[in-house]
Design a protein around this ligand. Structure first.
Ligand SMILES: CC(C)(COP(=O)(O)OP(=O)(O)OC[C@H]1O[C@@H](n2cnc3c(N)ncnc32)[C@H](O)[C@@H]1OP(=O)(O)O)[C@@H](O)C(=O)NCCC(=O)NCCS
Length: 205
């Protein structure tokens, strides 16, 4: 990918806390990937409804994830002049990351942002919980675009969940082995190494 520069903007508290990243992109400028907050929900819901229609998550689902679920980690992707244009989220359960949402606003799709957001998200989760063994997700068997993205990142189809969606459509269960996974973008890799060592320093200090 064509990133000019990346620098750290970590909200440093402890290993359990959320962290944020700021990246500079040649065409979008400064991109921020930061924890989703309640104030983001109007925009998140608009993107969710545009992308998923009748299957969109409800406000109360997102509210629960953002405000109550201690296992949940939800992030937004924000552009300087456009605000929030995408989001990703999931649950940390023991040594597994279950990715529940990935969504990019329609006008911004196909420009590398979904891949960047998911790679960064998985990297952030690994920096918070290095013992993670797998990431898993469900995807509609008809969602070729998303399946191609997940395969590009290293996910493999491990099974089919029959009639998983309310429409009756099947889902693929896809799995990524995190013991051997590394982000393909070297700048994300570098930032994550620093994140992990910073977390270790703050733990030992
Ligand atoms: C699926 C989604 C998250 C991908 O994000 P994106 O920003 O559009 O995708 P990117 O530009 O980052 O593309 C990354 C990879 O995805 C795949 N991809 C993206 N657009 C594609 C398309 N139109 N056709 C086929 N593959 C495509 C490719 O593998 C691509 O890599 P490449 O450009 O090297 O070929 C986004 O399109 C989206 O939000 N779709 C609607 C919601 C959704 O389906 N979410 C996933 C639910 S499981």
């Amino acid at each position: 990918m064509r990133w000019l520069k990346l620098w750290r903007d970590f909200k440093k508290r402890d290993r359990r806390s959320f962290r944020s990243l700021t990246l500079v992109h040649p065409s979008f400028g400064e991109l921020v990937i930061r924890p989703m907050e309640e104030r983001d929900l109007n925009r998140v819901l608009a993107i969710e409804e545009e992308n998923f229609g009748d299957d969109a998550w409800t406000r109360s689902s997102f509210e629960y994830e953002v405000k109550e679920n201690l296992n949940a980690r939800y992030y937004v992707l924000q552009l300087p002049s456009r605000g929030v244009v995408g989001y990703v989220g999931g649950w940390l359960i023991l040594d597994e990351l279950h990715v529940t949402n990935l969504s990019i606003a329609k006008p911004f799709q196909g420009r590398g942002l979904g891949e960047l957001l998911l790679e960064t998200y998985i990297s952030l989760m690994l920096s918070e919980r290095p013992e993670l063994a797998n990431a898993v997700l469900e995807v509609r068997t008809s969602n070729e675009r998303a399946i191609k993205l997940y395969k590009k990142l290293g996910f493999e189809v491990v099974s089919i969940r029959k009639r998983y969606y309310s429409s009756g459509e099947d889902a693929y269960l896809m799995l990524l082995n995190l013991r051997t996974w590394k982000p393909s973008n070297p700048l994300i890799l570098e930032a994550m190494r620093e994140l992990v060592s910073e977390a270790e320093d703050s733990e030992s200090g």
